[in-house]
Design a protein around this ligand. Structure first.
Ligand code: FE
Length: 346
């Protein structure tokens, strides 16, 4: 072998090993507020397909935002996964995300499930959806009395309502959406009516409200759909017995539709691996990943036309969802929070 040929081969080998080393060394730092077994398989598949390893930091949503803020420019975070538009909106408004342009995400994720686009691009994308449902005690309440969110504030339901904190992101998003549909005055009247209808002071999470309705402590409550679906699929007999006692309503089917929220993802403001971060979000929007991602938490995929095999979601059936952009609810939070304070909705 000539010297020239040998050095050419050596150079090729070097280039190849450099590429391999690069692929092996590529790591994506994921700050996730989701903690599901099924997400693990999702990350493993991404690594298999791209060679990019995923380094995951799990924490709750509030802790995640606090951490991003305190780390500032030195944050290792590349991708951020958060649940609820309220938190995504908050993170965006605090400058924690990097707006991106991705033809793939723009094509797959419906416009109403993403942040409002700016010249720089889009700050966050919905990856799964959940509905905010009404549950009621079948023995105590007529279904006809709980057809809308407005019904929760109607005097006919006096003393029946239990709820989690008014300013929890799930409720803030719902009330921010109601503000969009009803305007300021009617939203404040509605919140006042809800307070007047409470069976007890706000406490606990959505699952606690479902159980309180089943036990008869109260008769009507709000819950995100996945908590209900989880109980429907539960292996515990008392969960399934509780589900037997309650009725479920997709509110506002005769008007603007049920409030739908998202879990979503974004590229972190100071991401060091931006290209890989975008690639990961695009991967999460693929049909296979969408079904996995949504099903892992009994949610619906954000990408239209997909139906993961989930018996609880199938039992809940299809429904009409509101079509306002989920990004607009965030702008209403300061006004909604002031209303909650004024009407004493803790
Ligand atoms: Fe939740």
């Amino acid at each position: 072998m000539s010297f020239a040929r040998r050095s050419l081969l050596a150079a090729a080998a070097l280039a190849l090993s450099a590429t391999t080393a690069f692929a092996q060394d590529q790591v994506l730092n994921l700050y996730s507020a989701r903690h599901y077994q099924t997400d693990e398989a999702l990350y493993a598949n991404f690594t298999k397909a791209t060679g990019i390893k995923i380094n995951r930091v799990d924490t709750d949503d509030a802790g995640l935002l606090a951490r991003l803020k305190s780390e500032g420019a030195s944050s290792p975070a590349d991708v951020v996964l958060l649940v609820d538009a309220a938190r995504l909106w908050q993170a965006e408004s605090e400058g924690l995300f990097l707006a991106i342009k991705s033809a793939v995400l723009e094509e797959r994720i419906p416009a109403q499930l993403r942040s409002a686009p700016t010249a720089a691009g889009t700050a966050w994308f919905g990856l799964s959806t959940r509905a905010r449902l009404v549950v009621y005690n079948k023995l105590a309440v007529k279904k006809a009395d709980v057809q809308t969110y407005q019904d929760l504030a109607d005097p006919k339901n006096h003393g029946r309502l239990c709820t989690r904190s008014g300013s929890h992101p799930y409720n803030l998003s719902l009330f921010g959406s109601l503000y969009e549909h009803l305007g300021a005055e009617r939203t404040e009247t509605l919140l006042k009516g809800m307070v007047a209808n409470m069976a007890r002071a706000p406490k606990g999470g959505d699952t606690d409200q479902i159980k309180a309705v089943a036990s008869g402590e109260c008769q009507i409550a709000l819950t995100n759909s996945y908590y209900l679906a989880r109980m429907m699929r539960s292996g515990k007999s008392d969960d399934r017995e509780a589900v037997e006692k309650i009725g479920v309503v997709f509110p506002n089917q005769q008007s603007w539709g049920t409030h739908v929220n998202i879990a979503g993802g974004a590229v972190a403001r100071h991401a060091k691996n931006r290209e890989a971060a975008v690639k990961f979000l695009e991967y999460l929007s693929s049909a296979e990943a969408q079904n996995y991602f949504a099903n892992g938490n009994n949610e619906w995929p954000a990408v239209p036309g997909l139906r993961p095999a989930n018996p609880a979601l199938e039992a809940l059936g299809s429904f009409k969802s509101e079509t306002i952009p989920i990004s607009v609810v965030g702008a209403n939070f300061p006004k909604v929070q002031q209303m909650l304070d004024r009407v004493g909705f803790k």
